[in-house]
Ligand binder design. Structure first.
Ligand code: ADP
Ligand code: MG
Length: 671
């Protein structure tokens, strides 16, 4: 069945539904009401409360007087339930004069107003019998202009008559919780007999969604929470490492270190996520774990999402490890095959203590003598699958993943539910706030002048553009276009460009030239998003900033303000609609990644935040991340139990159903 097969649903209405992201019958039947209205329970006038919606039954006692109110045609009736009296007023509905007869009884449903003891109702729904829109529990849906709740509701009710949904949950769970069939759940959502019944049905739908998120994100993998791990004993070198740090640790760093120490020294494997804003100092915490492990006789693998980041991490840890005579090597695709062979050999015989690289470290041919710890930097680029592979490959290995994309607790639980979490909430002392300004594209000259001033002081700058797909409108600026535009603007400075298409070697060259200061302006797509550390860069310009999620803007902004210089972030927006403005203003106001992530989640919804694909179609309709923590926890637990014993066919069926219901789902890739 398609939308157009529903009675009364013509092309015009189909267009309206599309505005609500309703494109299929399934979208329609799973359209979630915002709330329910009880148009069933009758109230005596004496029971009415100001501002509440209520159903009353009254007799018209005086009829249809026109009253002048601010250019509107208002018509007023007086009515009574035998005890009290009420004014019923209709604005701009002159025909009501004929519709309501003095002496007759009617039902009215509307919003009650009580002012100085006088009760009134404006533009109530009415009927002489308790039927149709009256006398029911009415779900109230999110609407769009020109589509009334009544009309939408009719379409939904038509659709669920014919709709034959496939149950989405595993049968074990349906049995355990004695859940109604999905068809019945839909009926309860859209046609409940009481508000409670409707709300309960919505909770069941939320649970189903929470469960399906688990299905979609775990891809049939069972991530164990606890398993035996290698014990990394307390040692003197880790103490020396901490004692000789060039700065005092922040509170968050200290507690993270204590937690990691306990994890490593216990005989359960560490499985920990370290969350902290860009610049909060996660590296030193990771280094501590690495130094401790090597000192206790183990090897460490340090994985970064890109070669560039791997190289930066390599340099940092190499400096530190040298002090303790530990051997560190970098393994990326630019290593020659001879070097590679030697590294593989040295990992196997235990000569190399710490290996830094990309996920290529997971390759079959790479084997360790005694791998004790794996550190993954910028975790959100790695999927669940890679994490699971790693744990499989190296039995009992301790795992520390570090993420600079802080996320609210509800999400952390969904994404990393099997992990323990450490959070670094504060930045090291003396860090300056990055001043952030939302600008319009018409102010682009001002932006460039600002950048020029900074460059003249000897600073460097980034210009970042969103990735543009071929199919998209051309009013978006591509990195290449911008690069060409900027060359004549900055004749005295060196500009370079890096995009996803730039060959790896060239990219590395450009990055190191930017790093050593011979390039002043780096134009790029979001490839520089993670982890790049150039302390002399003081200005981040983001073009088409409205195209990015807040968390991503925050990530990008974190590329500046990494040195001693006052730093700036200029967010250049193309479309300054109210929504955009509110969103971008959050960036001006806050420098706290945790706060920004919560706001991002609130404004864009979990679907966008999690990277639900097929935009417009794939949606979580019922689950509310801020209210439904208990449901998320329960679904997570049930999923973990279920997947342990589920057979492949069962998983496959569920995954297919999930894909139909949620759309393509890629978790762990935030955008
Ligand atoms: P991130 O969490 O983004 O990985 P880094 O670990 O790169 O942050 O730290 C950012 C900068 O702050 C580094 O130059 C680091 O040396 C410095 N740093 C880390 N911890 C402290 C601290 N407690 N006090 C002062 N500076 C610190
Ligand atoms: Mg880092």
């Amino acid at each position: 069945m398609e939308l157009k097969d529903i009675k009364g649903l013509g092309p015009k209405k189909i267009e309206l539904l599309e505005k609500l992201n309703i494109k299929t019958i399934s979208d329609l039947v799973f359209y979630a009401p915002n709330y329910y209205e009880d148009r069933k329970k009758e109230y005596a006038l004496s029971e009415l409360e100001d501002s509440a919606n209520a159903l009353i039954k009254v007799r018209i006692t005086q009829g249809g007087v026109f009253i002048p109110i601010k250019g509107m045609k208002a018509i007023k009736f007086r009515a009574s339930d035998g005890v009290g009296a009420i004014d019923i007023v209709y604005y701009n509905q002159v025909w009501m004069k004929k519709n309501l007869k003095v002496g007759s009884w009617y039902y009215f449903f509307g919003k009650v107003k009580i002012f100085r003891g006088q009760i009134s109702m404006a533009n109530p729904i009415y009927s002489s019998t308790k039927s149709g829109e009256l006398g029911e529990i009415v779900p109230v849906y999110p609407l769009t202009k020109d589509l009334s709740n009544k009309v939408l509701r009719n379409f939904i009710n038509e659709a669920i008559k014919e709709y034959k949904p496939v149950d989405l949950l595993p049968i074990d769970l349906i049995d355990r919780y004695k859940l109604p069939s999905l068809k019945d759940i839909l009926r309860l959502v859209h046609q409940p007999d009481s508000i409670d019944e409707g709300k309960k049905a919505i909770k069941i739908m939320s649970y189903i969604e929470a469960f399906l998120i688990q299905v979609a994100s775990h891809k049939g993998i069972h991530l164990k929470k606890k398993y035996d791990g290698k014990v990394i004993k307390d040692n003197l070198i880790e103490r020396e490492f901490l004692a000789t740090l060039p700065f005092r640790l922040t509170g968050g760093q200290k507690s993270a270190i204590v937690e990691i120490k306990q994890d490593l020294e216990s005989d359960e494997a560490m499985n920990r996520l370290l969350q902290g804003d860009v610049g909060s100092g996660k590296t030193v915490v990771g280094q501590y774990a690495a130094i401790k492990s090597v000192a206790a006789g183990y090897q460490v693998a340090f994985m970064a999402p890109t070669a560039i980041l791997a190289e930066q991490n390599y340099k940092k840890i190499d400096q530190v490890a040298n002090k303790f005579h530990m051997k560190v090597k970098l393994l990326t695709s630019s290593v020659t095959s001879a070097e590679r062979a030697e590294i593989i050999n040295e990992l196997l015989n235990g000569n190399i203590d710490i290996i830094v690289g990309t996920h290529s470290l997971l390759n079959e041919e790479i084997k360790f003598k005694a791998l004790g710890l794996v550190i993954i930097d910028e975790q959100h680029r790695f999927g669940v699958k890679q994490r699971a592979e790693l744990i499989e490959k190296e039995e009992g290995v301790n795992l520390l993943v570090m993420s600079a994309t802080p996320i609210p607790r509800s999400l952390a639980l969904i994404l990393y539910g099997e992990m323990d979490i450490s959070e670094i909430r504060e930045l090291p002392e003396g860090r300056q706030k990055i001043d952030t300004f939302a600008m319009s594209k018409h102010q682009f000259q001002t932006v460039n002048e600002f950048v020029e001033k900074e460059l003249k002081k000897g600073r460097q700058a980034y210009y970042v553009c969103p990735l543009i797909e071929e199919s998209e409108k051309m009013d978006l600026t591509s990195a290449t276009e911008l690069y060409k535009r900027l060359i004549p603007v900055f004749p005295d400075f060196n500009i370079a460009i890096v995009t996803g298409r730039t060959p790896e070697d060239e990219k590395n060259n450009i990055m190191s030239e930017f790093y050593n200061g011979s390039i002043d302006i780096l134009v790029s797509t979001t490839v520089i998003e993670v982890g790049i550390d150039v302390p002399n860069a003081s200005t981040m310009v983001i073009v088409n900033a409205e195209r990015f999620g807040l968390s991503q803007l925050h990530q990008l902004r974190g590329r500046v303000g990494r040195g001693k210089y006052k730093s700036y972030c200029l967010l250049v927006c193309d479309d300054m609609s109210d929504d955009t403005f509110t969103r971008i203003k959050t960036m001006e106001r806050s420098n706290d990644g945790f706060e920004i992530a919560s706001e991002d989640l609130r404004l864009r919804g979990p679907g966008e935040f999690l990277g639900l694909k097929q935009s417009g179609r794939a949606r979580l309709r019922f689950l509310k991340f801020d209210e439904d923590m208990d449901i998320i926890i329960k679904a997570k637990k049930d999923y973990d139990e279920w997947i342990k014993n589920a057979n492949t066919d069962e998983v496959k069926v569920l995954e297919d159903n999930t894909k139909d219901f949620l759309g393509e789902f890629e978790i762990g890739v935030l955008n």
